[in-house]
Ligand binder design. Structure first.
Ligand code: C5P
Length: 223
């Protein structure tokens, strides 16, 4: 029997990353940040001089993506492409745009499918993304879909960036989030929709700690 998977899907800024990291830590399970694979693919294109719209070349990059993940002493996840640290570059707004552009290419999604499924190892996996419960692990016994209003997600992102000392504009962030949501929800393959059997949690008016408590409650119920 394959290892159990808990999927955590939803739009960017809904708290998926924080919740799923915490959940993996608590359960001592592996963690898949599927967004990072799309982000690295976008970044690899920039490094290799390939346009995000060049379907064949981007697919080739995704098929042979030389990516590695490592934990830094401070707990941060270091991401490397061909041994080159891209951890920061992939988290910029440009990194997000690249990821969602290449993620709309069906052959790129196909190329990254097996790689994502390889993360499913004992004792279990927490998988964070957009289509974890619908496409990558449709047989997962427990699926969550986290969401929050675009305005609230933009505010959270704004606070996060300001605390890192970056200068950003809130209206611009909101516009980016809405654009990315539209692109992720309207694409023909793996659009951002909750799986039919997902537990939907709206965190607009709820703290991350409260959301985590709700998630843990469901995990315990599932036993
Ligand atoms: O989760 P994160 O914000 O890092 O994802 C970046 C982008 O990658 C998303 O906006 C989405 O377009 C794409 N993505 C996806 N499917 C996933 C994970 C991410 O299409 N499973």
């Amino acid at each position: 029997m394959s290892a159990p998977v808990i999927t955590v899907d939803g739009p960017s800024g809904a708290g998926k990353g924080t919740i799923s990291h915490k959940l993996a830590d608590r359960l001592d399970w592996g963690f898949l940040d599927s967004g990072a694979l799309y982000r690295v693919t976008g970044q690899a294109c920039l490094i290799e001089g390939v346009s995000w719209d060049d379907v064949d070349a981007v697919t080739e990059i995704a098929r042979h993506l030389d990516v590695s993940f490592a934990s830094a002493a401070n707990g941060e996840v270091l991401v490397a492409y061909k041994g080159q640290d891209v951890s920061r570059a992939i988290r910029t707004e440009e990194g997000g745009r690249g990821a969602s552009t290449v993620a709309a290419i069906p052959s790129v999604r196909e190329a990254l499918l097996a790689r994502q499924r390889d993360f499913r190892q004992p004792p279990g996996l927490v998988a964070d993304g957009r289509d974890m419960g619908t496409v990558v692990f449709p047989d997962a016994p427990l699926k969550f879909f986290l969401t929050a209003s675009a305005e609230e997600r933009a505010r959270r992102r704004y606070k996060q960036l300001i605390s890192k000392g970056e200068s950003v504009s809130l209206p611009r962030l909101l516009e980016d989030i809405k654009e990315r949501d539209a692109r992720d929800s309207s694409r023909s393959v793996s659009p951002l929709v909750p799986a039919g059997d997902a537990i939907v949690i709206d965190s607009t008016a709820t703290s991350i700690d409260q959301v985590f408590d709700q998630v843990m409650q469901k995990v315990r119920e599932k036993g």
